[in-house]
Design a binder for this molecule. Sequence first.
Ligand code: RNT
Ligand code: ZN
Length: 417
Amino acid sequence: MSEVEKRYLAAKERYAKIGVDTDEALKKLQEVKISMHCWQGDDVKGFLNPDGELTGGIMATGNYPGAAHTPEQLRSDLEKAFAMIPGKHKVNLHAIYVDTDEKVDLNTIEPKHFSKWVDWAKEQGLGLDFNPTFFSHPMFKDNYTLASPDKEVRDFWIEHGKRSRKIAEYFGKELGQTCINNFWMPDGMKDNPIDRLSPRKRLMEALDEIFEEKLDENYTQEAVESKLFGLGAEAYTVGSHEFYMGYGLTRDKLICLDAGHFHPTEFISNKLSSLALFSKGVMLHVSRPVRWDSDHVVLMDDELTEIGRELVRNDLLPITNIGLDFFDATINRIAAWVVGTRNTQKALLKAFLEPTDDLKKIELENDFTTRMVLTEELKDFPFGDIWNQFCELNGVPVGLDWLKEVREYEKNVLLNR
Ligand code: RNT
Ligand code: ZN
């Protein structure tokens, strides 16, 4: 018996004493797919323009060596990261990650320009999600895309949105897993607008046009993502939370909650139970806000723990699509993926290891003392031994071991780019 298994069995006994079945918890975790965002691998540059730069709407900082410059490199890096992440997952692509020799633009892309991604996903046993890209493009004009007062600008982006749906549909068909197509655009103003209404009306109408054609929901479902403010949109973001709550609920779209897109003291964990009552489902962008930045690497902080608990305690996993959204160009990018993805899984495992039904009963009996004592004591339970067993069962490195592999890959591959 391995050391990891021995420790697991001892930990299992301790959890059993408070009525928690650890085998069951591991089984549940095995079923959860995380949609790992490709854009951590190249600082959101993509392959649409050779030497793509971020020209507006989004920004990554840092110049750590080894970023992927080609689709082949990015796929190789993703494979490396997945070799250190337990379970089978999805990859979240953006339209700018097109893989073709043809000269295409956002308003001319087609499914065939992504066929290499599909072949790879099949070979790797991965699902694919998608996002139209409404940034870093000359048609991102005066901080506007779909909300632009200029019809030519709007039409360009409407065409892009429509095409993105066809690509998402193709992914879903080919891979037999629903492809979530997530719509986010940075449209907004740096300083106080006079007219907040008209841009919102234009955005609403443009989205309606994009979504006009009905697509099979088994293949693709759309999500809409709000934001409070962004770089260059400090005073006003057209697609605010209220805008997309209204839009998503009335148009039967998934609502995407990005953990970094709210007021600094506002948390998405506390929004999930409300949304669950009214919306058909949610998409999460698990992220970590730090001051003005909404996309730091996901750490095991209080909010992540709480997101895991809310999803598990309220049984929301069936209506939730968990995606990640962070990009840090100052550290090894593969390490960033592995830390953020493993942390998200760990947060869920922690929640699966709670005696949820007992805690709910205790709360109903108004026994707030036991509620507090039990949840506090749980924090010292041997969680790490259960997680390590999960990693061992899935044939991925246990504990710190994976860092050595990242370093090796950095030396042999990343630093030679
Ligand atoms: C930006 C949004 C958006 C992007 C990705 C690249 O603030 O969170 O989700 O990060 O689409
Ligand atoms: Zn996001």
